[in-house]
Ligand binder design. Structure first.
Ligand code: PFF
Length: 451
């Protein structure tokens, strides 16, 4: 992430690897480790994964490139980027800023749970694989009216601290070590999970699709998951793209980032779902899947407490590299458009977003009788509106904007650095952004909302 100390000189990523790590850092987070297994578990496992892949291919890669191109071309925040090209499209960027604002409010609540589970691991709370016990421990923690808010505040302060300092040096440096470390820990956890007795059931659940499970609701959940996981449809990649240098290879990055992201999501699924079946948990149990199942796996490992601590520490890091991009979308907007200093904007926004997250946390316990939307609790309602409504709508409008308003010629020119780098798939990408992606998004969205 870049350090923007004033509005005129826009900072850039330190290196090519640095950008890929930062963008992959934005994509890889709680969406992969927590939300992907939970959503797959609730939507029929293999059927969901299949649809996820289809949408990733039809929409994911295409939109990743579109956002990076738009960001680098305009060198502006989400709203400013649209405004610079067509004044009357600014509101589309505004929708994105709103989505980022909403997502961060509950993302930080879950990030707080991760911090708490780090401490639980190191103090020896993971002593058994008993579903009742672990489920009870998790339920008691998240429904407590005060404790989760304390950790929500810590997570927000960590996010704010990084964004305020400007993280170009810091994040790029740490990401180089910690992302591969997370990968190694995930592989080890996955290996333990798939070798548990009865694990095969879970592997089948995740990888063998039952076509009868594919409904409008499953399609919409997969669409929302693709947007959430790749940080698309709300201008995060526009904002990150705006710090890209003019010689960066956007087509290549747009390919690598979704691949890395999907790899980590699958690893998380394979670390969690086999254990779910082995220990007799319920795959559709919801938000607790990561926090209930993995402690059971760690309890079956030598030095499981220490392993669990390191694991949750790395999950926290992954969550922070995403939360900073969420906050950055909002900060870049306020700094660029309202001419506020970076420091003031960051602190003010973080405070408001923290307050906004409080109902999501309380909605699990003392306010669990409140269901603003579709029978969902407060956290899931905010998530639904941001991920399954605002992001797909933002993504659809992005396609229309690039394919029909700004024009493909301009986009390809930017993507290929004025024709200086090869982009063999230019024709294919043009067809996807103009026709396939918007139609796919529209069809899935309408189906899902009506179902
Ligand atoms: N992609 C992040 C994750 O999977 O955890 C979440 C996210 C970050 C969504 C940034 C949107 C965004 F702009």
């Amino acid at each position: 992430m870049a350090n923007l100390n004033n509005n005129t000189e826009r900072d850039q990523w330190g290196s090519k690897v640095g950008f890929i790590l930062a963008a992959a850092g934005s994509a890889v987070g709680l969406g992969n480790l927590w939300r992907f297994p939970v959503t797959a578990g609730q939507n029929g496992g293999g059927a969901f994964v299949l649809v996820y892949f289809a949408i990733l291919i039809l929409v994911g890669f295409t939109l990743m490139m579109a956002e990076l191109v738009l960001g680098r071309h305009t060198q502006l925040n989400a709203l400013g980027a649209y405004k610079k090209i067509r004044n009357n499209w600014a509101w589309v960027g505004g929708l994105g800023v709103l989505a980022g604002f909403l997502i961060l409010s509950f993302y930080s609540v879950i990030g707080g749970w991760v911090i708490n589970y780090m401490f639980k691991a190191i103090t020896g709370a993971f002593t058994t694989s008993d579903p009742e016990f672990l489920g009870g421990m998790f339920g008691a923690f998240i429904s407590n009216p005060v404790e989760p808010l304390f950790y929500h505040a810590i997570f927000m302060i960590l996010t704010l601290g990084i964004v305020i300092g400007g993280v170009k040096g810091g994040i790029e440096k740490y990401a180089k070590i910690l992302m591969p470390a997370l990968f190694v820990m995930m592989v080890l956890t996955m290996l333990r999970s798939v070798t548990l007795p009865g694990a095969m059931e879970g592997i089948k659940f995740l990888l063998v699709p039952d076509f009868s499970m594919i409904t409008g609701a499953v399609l919409l959940s997969a669409l929302g998951q693709v947007f959430f996981s790749l940080s698309l449809g709300m201008g995060a990649m526009i904002t990150y793209g705006s710090y890209l240098s003019k010689d960066a290879n956007i087509p290549q990055s747009s390919f690598i980032i979704p691949l890395v992201d999907t790899g980590i999501a699958l690893l998380a699924g394979l670390a969690i779902l086999p254990a779910v079946f082995s220990f007799g948990f319920d795959p559709a149990e919801g938000p607790g899947l990561l926090f209930v199942t993995l402690p059971a796996v760690f309890s079956q490992m030598p030095l499981g407490g220490l392993f669990g601590f390191v694991f949750f520490l790395l999950v926290l890091f992954a969550a922070l590299t995403s939360s900073i991009s969420l906050l950055e979308v909002c900060v870049a907007y306020v700094v660029d458009e309202w001419n506020m200093t970076r420091k003031k904007a960051t602190i003010g926004l973080a405070a408001v977003i923290f307050l906004l997250g409080i109902p999501s946390s309380l909605g699990i316990g003392v306010w669990s009788h409140i269901s603003p939307f579709r029978g969902l609790d407060i956290l899931d309602s905010v998530d639904f509106i941001a991920s399954n409504v605002l992001m797909p709508v933002g993504g659809f409008l992005l396609c229309i904007f690039i394919g029909w308003v700004w024009g493909l010629e301009n986009a390809i020119k930017e993507a290929t650095n004025e024709g200086t780098i090869p982009f063999k798939l230019a024709g294919f990408w043009s067809f996807m952004i103009k026709w396939v992606a918007p139609i796919a998004i529209a069809v899935v969205f309408v189906q899902g909302i009506l179902s």
